[in-house]
Design a protein around this ligand. Structure first.
Ligand SMILES: Cc1cc2nc3c(=O)[nH]c(=O)nc-3n(C[C@H](O)[C@H](O)[C@H](O)COP(=O)(O)O)c2cc1C
Length: 380
């Protein structure tokens, strides 16, 4: 891990470790992957403006959002089926997050039990829900999240149907992975991953499997799961009902327009993850960082804003906060690290990201993330 300096190095290491269908599922996006690329390149539209001689001997990264204190303004985005990338799965990521001070969010379609994650996580923890056709599941999630003391609930709203992820179609990707004739060579070329997969075959969506038999009955494409199990008819009224049922900090994930943000205020949400699902759903949808200004202008401080997608460097976080976001989140970066070397690699990546954030704050001449604003930014 000592030779891995940044997210690009971790990505390359993940590519070496994973069979192609698995790497492509992690790395890929919808259609031509323009939104995926644009999520990161959009940060280049903004420049950081340093204020020198500002006394940066001590840098404060701590801040408050989602009704609680955070050691730094970052949360790890919810990602399903983390077991695919390493047998340490969500448990290893949550441990690494907890030890390095990051908030962690667990996906509905994770491969670790929400109660087990709650025990590990000493940092703020969030449970992400999809609304399944079986509405009883939503109520069950809310009760279980309350019983396990989750700090916030996050409702993902940008997956009414599955995005068009062509890499997965071409690879015949399924969960659990199937060793087909077409993919055999790639699995054989990655014996470490493949042997581990054969030895520890725990690919179930453990939090839903008692009610949704889709996976236990055989292999299933991810898109098929989304299309067959999630309820595309959900509306703002349904979201309002879940907000009320939960009664605590509530994030809506997948909002990009000011109109939707205003609606989120109406139904009592407390935060938005500005997100296009990492470019995996609607191709052509805008970069989350570009959504901050118009949404902040529309809703003022009635909502907390988390920029989700494209964040690869600490400087991206700083730009998002200067524009008016409260925090950022990322998915692929920690998954690349997990695939590259399990829990320790995630810890190493998160530690270096945090150190990089302190360094960039010092170079910017700003000693406190809470005072970042447009004074430190210019449109390039
Ligand atoms: C492999 C993978 C699985 C994901 N699974 C989920 C999920 O189960 N629920 C969800 O709301 N978002 C999911 N996402 C989207 C992430 O939460 C997040 O929006 C995205 O990764 C942010 O973009 P980034 O990867 O560029 O940081 C997933 C993303 C990836 C890469």
């Amino acid at each position: 891990m000592t030779k891995l300096f940044n997210v690009h190095d971790y990505r390359k290491a993940a590519k070496r470790r994973l069979p192609k269908p698995i790497f492509d599922y992690l790395d890929g996006g919808a259609d031509d992957e323009w939104s995926l690329r644009n999520n990161t390149s959009a940060f280049d539209k903004y420049e950081l403006w340093p204020h020198q001689l500002s006394g940066v001997g001590e840098i404060n990264l701590a801040t408050r959002f989602l009704g609680t204190e955070h050691q730094l303004p970052v949360m790890l985005s919810p990602t399903g089926m983390t077991r695919l990338f390493h047998h340490h799965k969500e448990l290893g990521v949550a441990r690494a997050a907890s030890e390095t001070g990051y908030a962690y969010s667990l996906s509905t379609v994770g491969t670790a039990k929400m109660e087990d994650i709650a025990e590990i996580c000493k940092t703020p923890k969030i449970f992400q829900i999809y609304v399944h056709r079986d509405r009883g599941l939503t109520h069950e999630f809310v009760e279980r999240a309350k019983a396990s003391n989750y700090d916030a609930l996050c409702l993902t709203v940008d997956a009414a149907v599955a995005g068009n992820r062509e890499r997965d179609f071409k690879n015949g990707f399924s969960v659990p992975p199937r060793l087909t004739l077409a993919s055999l060579a790639s699995f054989a070329a990655h014996p470490h991953w493949t042997l581990n997969f054969l030895r520890e075959h725990d690919f179930r969506f453990i939090n839903v499997v008692h009610r949704v038999d889709a996976i236990s009955s055989g292999t299933l494409g991810v898109m098929k799961y989304i299309n067959s199990q999630l309820d595309p008819s959900i509306s703002w009224d349904d979201a309002a009902e879940i907000v009320a049922l939960w009664g605590g900090p509530f994030i809506i994930k997948g909002v990009q327009s000011a109109e939707d943000a205003a609606q989120a205020v109406e139904i009592g949400a407390s935060a938005l993850m500005l997100s296009n699902h990492g470019g995996r759903q609607l191709e052509g949808s805008p970069a989350p960082v570009d959504c901050v200004r118009p949404i902040r202008d529309r809703v003022g401080d009635k909502l907390e804003l988390i920029v989700d997608g494209g964040v690869r460097r600490p400087g991206h976080l700083i730009k998002a906060l200067c524009l008016g976001a409260n925090a950022v989140s990322f998915g692929r970066p920690y998954l690349y690290a997990l695939a590259a070397g399990g829990e320790n690699a995630v810890k190493a990546f998160l530690t270096s990201f945090k150190e990089g954030l302190k360094r960039d704050m010092a170079l910017l001449g700003c000693a406190d993330v809470q005072v970042l604003d447009e004074r430190f930014l210019r449109s390039a």
